[in-house]
Design a protein around this ligand. Structure first.
Ligand code: VG1
Ligand code: CO
Length: 543
């Protein structure tokens, strides 16, 4: 098979963010833009000749075109085989599972996760390494260096591959296996959870609603929740993946998954509700008129883990991202296991899982997962909850209240200011940092600042250092305010303010989080001068 060496010039804006390269579709559609980035990935890797690459995406607009380009470039660059999901589809957790199961060299995932899709929406691409997890910073930095000097890329002069049918084909010497996107993932879930117990629960009248938000998890949830676990048809709603996600914003939180929230807070509400995001790695869990904060979800899964067959031997350790609440730290302490605090983004968990230091990981941003793969996993978290409910025979609310009674409650919330002017956002962060010396020791109402810093992390396995990972204002009673700029947005800047306080007294556990955090919210707004600097009087999204 002949291939071409295409002359190109570098793009200056291809630095990967928290989770790969995310840009507007129109940016990716520029001639050579995607190919440059793909070649930069390949140029930064060694030893893939003849090896296997996994390719798949969340089905958003441009997924198919991008997949065809990647297949032709993988062949021209010397990969031996590509495993690709039917129609170019693979959820992020399924891609991670496939990379691991077939010992692939790595994988390319096409997704901008929860960002809106369609011709005017976002597209994204990221590289995952052989352990199934996001490339660590040393690789994403190397990719960025390549993008700055790239002058040619390799691509075969072949026809498009038919991705609609499962089966084998070839481009030159490279084999292509079109695989069912759900099968391997569903098998893995069945090996971890007590499907019989969940089936019995559902047969007994337990009602659930899963909102796939017209994104990738539809086919996965239909197969697992309706076909295998026997939930009545319609339990999975918005199940058909659409290239524009039905015009929605597939971010499973109280704002964007409002349809599900209305169902769970309405008359005749089901017992359990859940939603996932564009690429299937996030989850939101709701009980009847009850919302589980992702940080609490991680803590509750950790405390009840041994009820699931895949975790019956217990947990090696737990990791959470720095802004995630310390609720899980209390569980780790009680279990006598280590709890690690990493920067935001799943790529920091991989080393800890590979070294068997942790089993469960989580982030406040609706992401939970375990060492079964190396990505966060939306449907996995939902099945874990169902397994716990089936074993404990308690409602979601009862499980949460019982947890808080044992461990105390970490009130937690995140306030996002989206689409803020980038210069103003950077100035706001600089302003807080410049004031560190005067803030330290200061008393604000009931709170005294014990310390403040810009979080940095030294990886305990490879000693790599990541700096500037979020500004922390720590208070003497363990409460915290964290300020961070998002690394996944594509328009202006998003300022994230994370708020946390701890309450031991059970009589206060049923308070609304915003009420419980009211004083800290006011302190955060004051310290950051957010209204003056952004012109916004309130957040775009509160989670
Ligand atoms: C956000 C979340 C982070 C998550 C990342 C990718 O990053 O805060 O916790 O790992 O998205 O999730 P940022 O930099 O915007 O805060 V996903 O579901 O987009 O792959
Ligand atoms: Co996602």
């Amino acid at each position: 098979m002949s291939h071409s060496t295409v002359q190109t010039t570098p793009f200056s804006d291809q630095k990967p963010g928290t989770s790969g390269l995310r840009k507007k579709v129109t940016v990716f559609q520029q001639p050579h833009y995607l190919a440059n980035f793909v070649q930069s990935i390949f140029n930064s890797l060694d030893g893939f000749q003849g090896k296997t690459l996994v390719v798949g995406g969340d089905g958003r607009f441009y997924n198919q075109e991008a997949t065809q380009i990647i297949l032709k470039m993988a062949a021209a660059n010397g990969f031996g085989c590509v495993l690709v999901g039917q129609n170019g589809l693979l959820s992020t957790p399924a891609a991670s599972a496939v990379i691991r199961k077939y010992s692939a060299f790595g994988g390319i995932i096409l997704s901008a996760s929860h960002n809106p899709a369609g011709p005017d929406g976002d597209f994204g691409i990221k590289y995952n390494i052989g352990n199934g997890g996001p490339a660590p910073e040393k690789i994403t930095d190397a990719i960025f260096e390549q993008t700055k000097k790239l002058d040619t890329y390799l691509i075969t002069d072949s026809d498009d591959v038919d991705l609609s049918k499962i089966g084998s084909s070839q481009i030159g010497n490279m084999q292509i296996e079109v695989i069912d996107p759900v099968t391997d993932y569903a098998q893995l879930m069945e090996s971890l959870f007590d499907f019989n117990a969940i089936q019995t629960l559902i047969k007994g009248g337990f009602r659930l609603s899963f909102d796939a938000m017209h994104a990738i998890t539809g086919p996965y949830a239909k197969t697992i929740i309706e076909q295998r676990l026997g939930a009545p048809e319609g339990s999975v709603c918005n199940a058909e993946p659409l290239s524009d996600f039905g015009g929605g914003h597939p971010d499973p939180n109280l704002t964007y998954a409002h349809e599900l929230v209305e169902t769970l807070y309405g008359d005749n509400a089901p017992d359990f509700g859940a939603a996932s995001d564009g690429d299937g790695d996030r989850n939101m869990v709701l009980g009847r008129r009850f919302f589980i904060t992702p940080s609490d979800s991680l803590a509750i899964l950790a405390a009840n883990a041994t009820l699931a067959p895949g975790y019956k031997e217990g947990l090696a350790g737990i990791a959470r991202s720095m802004p995630t609440s310390a609720a899980v730290d209390r569980v780790a302490e009680k279990l006598g296991i280590d709890c690690y605090e990493t920067p935001t983004g799943w790529k920091f968990f991989g080393n800890l899982m590979d070294a068997d230091k942790v089993t469960l990981c989580g982030e406040e941003s609706f992401g939970t997962g375990s060492s079964h793969i190396r990505e966060k996993d939306g449907l996995w978290a939902v099945l874990f909850w169902l397994n716990i409910i089936a074993k404990r025979q308690l409602s979601v609310e009862e499980i949460a209240l019982d947890h808080w009674a044992t461990y105390g409650r970490n009130f937690y919330s995140r306030h996002d200011y989206e689409g803020v002017d980038s210069v103003s956002a950077a100035a706001l962060m600089a302003h807080i940092k410049n004031n560190f010396a005067s803030i330290k020791g200061e008393i604000f109402g009931n709170y005294q600042v014990s310390d403040c810093d810009d979080f940095s992390y030294t990886d305990p396995i490879d000693q790599s250092i990541s700096t500037n990972q979020g500004i922390r204002i720590l208070f003497s009673d363990g409460s915290r305010i964290v300020f961070r700029l998002s690394g996944t947005g594509t328009e202006g800047a998003t300022i994230r303010i994370y708020l946390e306080s701890y309450e031991k007294d059970p009589s206060k556990h049923t308070l609304d989080a915003q009420e419980g955090l009211a004083e800290l919210i006011q302190i955060a707004n004051q310290l950051s001068e957010i209204e003056k600097r952004t012109g916004r009087s309130e957040p775009t999204v509160i989670t």
